[in-house]
Ligand binder design. Structure first.
Ligand SMILES: [Ca+2]
Ligand SMILES: [Ca+2]
Length: 163
């Protein structure tokens, strides 16, 4: 009898924790959210612009609105250390459309859904980091913290957020 009582209390405690999660989750009112991140580029990391693999490290940002087309211009991405990338060119994301923000250099293309950071250094740490997406107004669009051990169970270097 005593045992049963303790079990009920423990279950109630677990429910309280679960109920509290939404209040702590960083969810904002935004059409654009982070679909996922290839935070660890496949293979051995090399930030050589000529032969490296920084372009295989990318963040996918998707428009989850069913009706609104959003221009990426003015949106800002930051990491935990304060490294920052600003989308400076117009790039329309129709409902359901996405863009891969890749490291390294290349030709930005609306049709190919890609924008390059024009920086051959890696941005997303391979052990842990935080991804911040800001609207042009400076308000939060989406934020996700990760650790390799907690969030990348299959160890493939990719984490899905908003699928
Ligand atoms: Ca990385
Ligand atoms: Ca994974």
């Amino acid at each position: 009898m005593r045992r049963g009582h303790i079990a009920v209390v423990a279950a109630a405690g677990a429910l309280t924790v679960l109920a509290a999660v939404p209040a702590h989750a960083a969810e904002y009112s935004s059409a654009l959210k982070i679909k996922g991140v290839q935070y660890d580029a496949p293979g051995r990391d090399s930030n050589s612009c000529a032969t490296g693999n920084t372009d295989e490290e990318y963040l996918t940002i998707k428009n989850y609105s069913r009706t609104a087309t959003v221009n990426l211009k003015g949106y800002v991405v930051k990491d935990a250390a304060g490294n920052k990338f600003t989308f400076t060119a117009s790039h329309s994301l129709q409902p359901g459309d996405y863009v891969k923000l890749r490291g390294g250099r290349g030709d930005d293309s609306d049709a190919k859904n890609v924008v390059y950071r024009d920086n051959c250094n890696f941005m997303w740490n391979n052990d842990k980091d935080t991804i911040y997406l800001y609207k042009p107004s400076g308000s939060h669009a989406d934020t996700h913290a990760y650790t390799k051990s907690a969030n990348d169970r299959d160890g493939n270097g990719y984490i899905t957020y908003h699928g």
